[in-house]
Design a protein around this ligand. Structure first.
Ligand code: P6P
Length: 335
């Protein structure tokens, strides 16, 4: 018997909206617009190598990283999908140094969108999965047009967050504070279809840790001791080097993803507002944790648009263990 009970992202979000009588529909439309942008980006990512979207532009972004052609493309797709809808007061992107204002010719709305248009894009030309990460806050500033204050909000105040992973299939995973839900793009109908309802990290978690061990010489004593402890407990190592892919695996299999601080990167590498905080919201809603190694990611009061943070994310007891190792001199008060 053919299954006719297809739950699309649109249907799911509308059903979630109905639980909030005060909802204006702006938030629902933001997710619809993000899903459209994701479909357009997926189309180009999936044919990278066939058309001239692989490779680098001659530009360098705010972080000194060479901008990949698809980075730039993905950023413009999201910008153009979102800037005229009247749902946003402003945006912030990894690819833009300053807050992105809504053009004067367009109406504004009650939400701010932060996004990393295509994280892990250095992996594009070796066909490793990459992703888009997004975070949505309610506008807090006075006046119709938003600004920095609407972006520099603590992660706990996020209205919604999620990511798109462009891999063996294209998945959109999001939370609006009522659990984590995953949708897989069905290209035959062009819809994101609910494939992973109510995602929760497995308990007990699979014994997987994920970190770039090439940086071990620059780690703290506690970080080194933590990884040695995990090895002594017969954990498996998995590291893709594409944040969304490493996070998605951790969400579905459990374990611990780490991007530690080190002597060369004392604040870590990953960005708070459009990488760590949105993924932290998803992790917590899935029953896990996300920490700097000493405090919850979602309790950090942001001070700048592109600030970085060390990141420990995954199964609750593993993040707790990491914090114990990092707090001690590497000899935890019992794992
Ligand atoms: P490293 C990709 O460049 C990225 O921004 C994230 O997607 C990924 O988690 C991290 O950097 C990998 O960094 O230093 O291990 O190469």
């Amino acid at each position: 018997m053919l299954d006719t009970h297809i739950v699309t992202l649109s249907r799911h979000v509308i059903e979630q909206e109905r639980r909030h009588p005060e909802a204006t529909g702006q938030f629902t439309n933001i997710l619809f617009d993000l899903a459209l942008a994701a479909k357009v980006i997926a189309r180009e990512v999936n044919k990278a190598g066939i058309v001239d979207v692989i490779g680098r532009t001659d530009q360098v972004n705010v972080h000194g990283e060479t901008v990949q052609k698809l980075d730039e493309y993905a950023d413009l797709v999201i910008l153009n999908a979102m800037d005229h809808t009247g749902n946003l007061c402003c945006m912030a992107s990894e690819e833009h140094e300053e807050v992105i204002a809504i053009p004067e010719r367009f109406p504004t709305g009650d939400y701010a969108l932060m996004y990393d248009p295509l994280d892990g894009s250095s992996n594009i030309d070796v066909n490793v999965s990459i992703g888009t990460i997004f975070s949505i806050h309610r506008k807090v500033s006075e006046g119709p047009r938003g600004g920095l204050d609407d972006c520099l909000q603590v992660g706990r105040r996020q209205i919604a967050a999620g990511y798109v992973v462009y891999g063996s299939s294209t998945m959109l995973v999001y939370t609006s504070g009522a659990g984590v839900h995953g949708f897989t793009l069905d290209p035959s109908i062009g819809e994101f279809v609910l494939s992973h309802p109510k995602v929760t990290l497995p308990d007990p978690p699979n014994r997987i840790y994920s970190v770039n061990e090439a940086y071990a010489p620059q780690w703290s004593e506690g970080q080194r001791a933590l990884v040695e402890h995990l090895k002594s407990e017969a954990y498996t190592g998995r590291y893709i080097g594409s944040l969304v892919s490493d996070f998605h695996r951790t969400l579905l299999r459990g374990g611990l993803f780490m991007y530690p601080a080190d002597t060369r990167k004392p604040q870590g590498k990953l960005r708070l507002l459009y990488e760590a905080a949105p993924l932290a919201f998803v992790a917590e809603q899935a029953g896990g944790r996300a920490s700097t190694g000493s405090m919850d990611i979602m309790d950090i009061e942001p001070t700048s648009l592109h600030q970085s943070t060390p990141l420990y994310m995954g199964s609750r007891e593993m993040v707790d263990l990491a914090e114990r190792f990092l707090a001690a001199d590497g000899t935890p008060s019992g794992p």
